[in-house]
Design a binder for this molecule. Structure first.
Ligand code: PMP
Length: 459
């Protein structure tokens, strides 16, 4: 359809692009790129597809930044939100409560590791990380240990963009510029299996890397509040993966040195690793778990931090002790978000999701075997529903392509031309699809990625 803008015919899509770029500043984007890189106005979404104004459909193979679990416009989640909308959209969550949030907290405490008994809400992943950091520091202060005020992270980790969360990350691209503003953290080397020696197993490498973490914790135990990790997959850090034994060792060490363990399951929670929560692979219970993204099925911004009875009790005191956690966000516990989350958890229960995903997990694994032989692919790795392909300049030495060449962007552009939304992280192409994808659709994603990799690695 054509409309007239400044007396010349323009498609709706072109007009929207123009209006968008005049006023919007997009996340994680060098806006100048859009002088040559297309901006795509989306009209509607359905299932695994998003559709633009020209009728092109794209498979959302990255679940719209890892949030979507059961497809766009999922009828059950839609209905739950509509029902909630007629009752209560939002109410202040201090002094007041509502049914959806009570049910949600009951369910979250039931499905997360057993010692997590109390839920504090925020409205995005970074804010959840801030809550966990502040709670951990405040816990030690309430316990008479105010000198515990530092945090430990892993090399190549990512925990969000607000200043506290950014401090705990270690991805140069996002962090370096802001370094003068950030907390001084202690960083242990990553257990990332990609860095293992030739012939060394992921488990052995994780154990070897753990030695440095152990030393760090031992040396700094008196000043460290908590260690924060992304269990099993460092998602924004190029989908690097590690063996669960590292989490077991870390749990033991945190107990030994009296340091909290914060599990940031914002990206890996809700089935991404094949189990409901990544911590289950190691059979450990953290002191804090941060959840967001898939929590609402990808519908609404909501996040939660779950913690233990012991930590909760350290704040439970008379008002004038100032031991209370006086932290709030205006939209804490939004009722619409909670209703979307309840519908999401209901789908997990009634549709046997984790069990059915096993089929997709196996399919992804076998259908990507041939990538391993590609001369410019150094690694094909998978944890559950996340599969990543690392393109390199030299396969033997694993020499990366210089980031300035933006090879991943070529895969992105190829994907869009062929109806698949892939959004590589640097030189790493990955799939993190909604769970409602079928094997034919997965095959299409894999085929398009294969062609994209061929193109991107030419000369
Ligand atoms: N932690 C992890 C592990 C993440 O992957 C992300 C987002 N990609 C965040 C925290 C931050 O979440 P948000 O973008 O909602 O602030």
């Amino acid at each position: 359809m054509a409309i007239f803008v400044h007396n010349s015919p323009m498609t709706i899509s072109d007009a929207l692009k123009q209006r968008d770029l005049a006023v919007n500043w997009h996340p994680c984007t060098q806006m100048k790129d859009h002088e040559w890189l297309d901006m795509i106005p989306i009209k509607r979404g359905e299932g695994i597809y998003i559709e633009d104004f020209d009728g092109n459909r794209y498979i959302d193979a990255i679940s719209s930044w890892w949030v979507n679990l059961f497809g766009h416009a999922n009828p059950r989640i839609n209905q739950a939100i509509k029902n909630q909308l007629d009752e209560l959209e939002h109410v202040i969550f201090a002094g007041f409560t509502h049914q959806p949030i009570i049910e949600l907290s009951e369910q979250l405490t039931a499905i997360t590791p057993a010692s997590l008994q109390h839920v504090f809400y925020a409205d995005n992943g970074s804010s959840a990380v801030e809550v966990a950091l502040k709670m951990s520091f405040h816990y030690w202060r309430n316990k008479g240990q105010p000198q515990k005020k530092r945090f430990v992270n892993l090399a190549n980790s990512y925990h969000g963009e607000t200043l506290g969360a950014l401090s705990l990350g270690d991805v140069e691209l996002y962090k370096d510029i802001y370094q003068p503003l950030l907390l001084d953290v202690l960083t242990a080397p990553s257990p990332d299996a990609y860095l293992a020696e030739e012939g060394e197993s992921a488990r052995d490498f994780a154990l070897r890397q753990f030695a440095a973490m152990d030393t760090l914790l031992q040396q700094h135990a008196d000043e460290v509040c908590a260690v924060i990790v992304e269990p099993l997959i460092q998602c924004a850090g190029n989908m690097r993966m590690y063996h669960p034994v590292y989490l077991q060792k870390l749990r033991q060490a945190c107990d030994k040195y009296q340091i909290h363990l914060i599990a940031d399951e914002i990206a890996v929670g809700f089935g991404r690793t094949g189990k409901m929560f990544a911590c289950e692979h190691a059979d450990i219970s953290p002191d804090f778990i941060c959840l967001s993204k898939g929590l609402t099925g990808g519908y609404l911004p909501l996040s939660a931090v779950l913690t233990t009875e012991n930590i909760y009790q350290a704040f439970y005191d008379s008002y004038d002790s100032l031991n209370g956690f006086l932290h709030s966000h205006s939209y804490t516990g939004n009722a619409l978000g909670c209703s979307a989350a309840l519908a999401t958890l209901d789908i997990f229960k009634t549709d046997n999701v984790l069990e059915n995903n096993q089929h997709l997990i196996r399919y992804m694994q076998s259908a990507t075997e041939h990538f391993k032989d590609h001369p410019h692919i150094a690694d094909v790795r998978q944890t559950g529903m996340v599969l990543a392909i690392e393109m390199v300049q030299d396969k033997t030495s694993k020499t990366p392509y210089p980031w300035q060449q933006r090879r991943g962007l070529k895969v992105y552009q190829h994907g869009l031309k062929h109806g698949v939304l892939l959004r590589p992280l640097g030189n790493v192409v990955y799939f993190m699809p909604p769970y409602v994808i079928n094997t034919d659709e997965l095959q299409k994603v894999i085929d398009v990625a294969w062609q994209g990799v061929q193109l991107a690695t030419q000369n």
